[in-house]
Ligand binder design. Structure first.
Ligand code: HAM
Length: 420
C-alpha cells in the first residue's frame, strides 16, 4: 500500500488549530468590516498573465509559480497572492470607487518549505481602490496594527518607506545599478545574477557580503519626486496622529514589483530571523492599468495567517478557543433515547452531542468530558421508566432528576442559545 502523506509545504489543519484559524479570521473580519471593507472571494486560479504583473524578475513569478496548461490549452496559475486578482476583478466588474474589499484564503508558492514558509499558506488582507488620499494609507496601516493588537500581539514592529512613483523607481533602479556595478566584485554570485534582472531585489539579500555593500547604497527617498515626498510626509503625520509607531526603512523595497510610493512591512520580534515578516503591503497605483483598466490608485496589505499564529505562539497569546457543546447525552439503554433527545435539543437551538455503539457508561462519560459539554443528560432504564433524565453539571460532582417534559427549560438555565 502506498504511504499517503501531505505534499511538502502543505499541512492538514486539525482541531483545535482549525478552530483557532476560524477565530483568527473572525477577528480580522470584525476589524475590517467595522471600517467599511466588504468580503470578496477571488478564484484560486487565473490566467498566468494576471500574475505576471507581479514582476517578471521577482522570485514569485520566475521560481515559485504553480502554473500548468489546462485541458482547454489555457496557461493557468494557482494564485500566489490576491492583490492582482482583486485588481483584475476591479477591471472586470468596474465597481464604484472607493472600492474597499477584504479576503481570506490560501495562496500557493513553490518555496523551500520550512517553519513559517509553506507552499500552500493562508493570508487575510484588504485592498482599497480608487483613492489617492494619504489618510487611506494611514487607515490601512492602522487596521493592520489594530488587528495585531486585537490578537494580543505586542512585539510587532512597523517599517515604512516610499518608493516614489514609477518614474522615480526607474531613476532609482538606474542609480542602484551604477552603485552595485562599482562594487560588483564584492557581491555574492546570487546577487550578481539578481543585479542583471532587477537591481532593487539586491537590497533584499540577507547574505553577509552583500549586506556590507547594501549599507552604503543610495536610498530611494533621495531620488523621489516632490509630490511623492509630500504624500509620504502626509502618511507619516496621519500615523503620528493615531500614535502608531514606525521606523522609516530606506531599504524596504518588498518582494513584488507593483509597489509605488508607500510600502510597509510588519515584523514580529518574537520570531526567529527566517520568518519574521508577518505582513506587508503598500500602494500599487499602476497595477489596475497594467491589467487593462483605467489609471486607478490602490493600496492594501496581506498578512500570513500561519506566520502570525507562530508569532502568537511565541508571545503566548490568542490560544485556540475551548471546545464547547451545551449538552452531552449519555444513553445506557439502547441509543434511541440519545438519538431522539439530541434531535429535540438541537431543534430548539441548543448544541448537543452523544456517544454511539452503546459504549459503557464510563466510556460515555469520558466522551462527555472530551466534548467540552456544560451538562450531561444521563438516561438509564430507571429514567426511561419514570420519563425523566439525570442531569449532571460537568465537573460539579452533583446530579439531579429532571422530568422529561422540563428538560429544555432546565438546559436553558445552563446555556446561551446558539443559532436555531
Ligand atoms: P507578501 O509580502 O508576498 O505580500 O505576503 C504577505 C505575507 O504573507 C507575508 O508577510 C507573510 O506573512 C505571508 N507569506 C508570504 N509567503 C508565505 C509563505 N510561503 N508561507 C507562509 N506565509 C507566507 C503580498 O502577498 C501582497 N499581496 C500584499 C499586499 C496586499 N500588497 C498590497 N496589497
Amino acid at each position: 500500500m502506498a504511504d499517503f502523506k501531505t505534499s511538502p509545504g502543505t499541512r492538514d489543519i486539525l482541531s483545535p488549530d482549525s478552530a483557532r484559524w476560524r477565530a483568527f479570521q473572525g477577528v480580522f473580519e470584525s476589524t475590517v468590516e467595522a471600517a467599511g471593507y466588504d468580503y470578496i472571494i477571488p478564484p484560486m486560479f487565473e490566467d498566468l498573465d494576471v500574475f505576471l504583473r507581479l514582476g517578471e524578475a521577482t522570485d514569485v513569478v520566475t521560481k515559485e509559480m504553480y502554473d500548468f496548461h489546462d485541458k482547454g490549452g489555457r496557461h493557468i496559475a494557482l494564485r500566489p497572492e490576491q492583490t492582482a486578482s482583486v485588481c483584475r476583478a476591479f477591471v472586470e466588474h468596474r465597481p464604484t470607487t472607493p472600492w474597499k474589499v477584504w479576503y481570506s484564503g490560501p495562496n500557493f508558492r513553490y518555496e523551500k518549505p520550512q517553519q513559517g514558509r509553506y507552499r500552500q499558506f493562508d493570508q487575510v488582507g484588504i485592498e482599497a481602490l480608487g483613492v489617492d488620499d494619504a489618510f487611506l494609507d494611514a487607515e490601512v496601516i492602522a487596521l493592520a496594527a489594530k488587528f495585531y493588537s486585537a490578537l494580543g500581539l505586542r512585539k510587532i514592529e512597523l517599517s515604512i518607506n516610499s518608493l516614489g512613483d514609477s518614474g522615480d523607481r526607474d531613476k532609482y533602479a538606474k542609480k542602484l545599478s551604477e552603485y552595485f556595478a562599482k562594487h560588483e566584485s564584492k557581491l555574492t554570485a546570487e546577487s550578481k545574477a539578481t543585479l542583471l534582472r532587477n537591481p532593487l531585489r539586491v537590497l533584499d539579500s540577507k547574505r553577509e557580503p552583500d549586506q556590507e555593500i547594501i549599507i552604503g547604497a543610495p536610498a530611494i527617498r533621495e531620488t523621489i519626486s516632490n509630490e511623492s515626498r509630500e504624500h509620504f510626509e502626509a502618511v507619516l503625520s496621519a500615523l503620528d496622529a493615531l500614535k502608531i509607531s514606525y521606523k522609516i526603512n530606506d531599504r524596504l523595497v518588498r518582494g513584488l514589483d507593483y509597489y509605488r510610493r508607500t510600502t510597509f512591512e510588519f515584523v514580529s520580534t518574537a520570531l526567529e530571523a527566517a520568518h519574521t515578516a508577518i505582513g506587508g503591503g503598500g500602494r500599487y497605483d499602476g497595477l489596475v492599468e497594467a491589467l487593462g483598466g483605467p489609471p486607478t490608485a490602490g493600496i492594501g496589505f496581506a498578512l500570513g495567517l500561519d506566520r502570525t499564529l507562530l508569532a502568537c505562539d511565541a508571545e503566548s497569546v490568542f490560544a485556540a478557543p475551548l471546545k464547547e457543546v451545551d449538552v452531552f447525552v449519555v444513553d445506557t439503554v439502547d441509543g434511541t433515547h440519545a438519538h431522539e433527545l439530541c434531535h429535540q435539543i438541537r431543534t430548539h437551538g441548543f448544541s448537543a452531542d452523544r456517544a454511539y455503539d452503546l459504549r459503557s457508561i464510563k466510556a460515555q462519560m469520558k466522551a462527555a468530558d472530551r466534548s467540552g459539554a456544560r451538562i450531561a443528560l444521563i438516561i438509564g432504564s430507571n429514567e426511561v421508566e419514570n420519563e425523566s433524565v439525570m442531569l449532571r453539571p460537568m465537573g460539579s460532582g452533583e446530579q439531579y432528576v429532571v422530568p422529561r417534559q422540563d428538560i429544555l427549560n432546565e438546559i436553558a438555565k445552563y446555556t446561551i442559545k446558539t443559532n436555531i
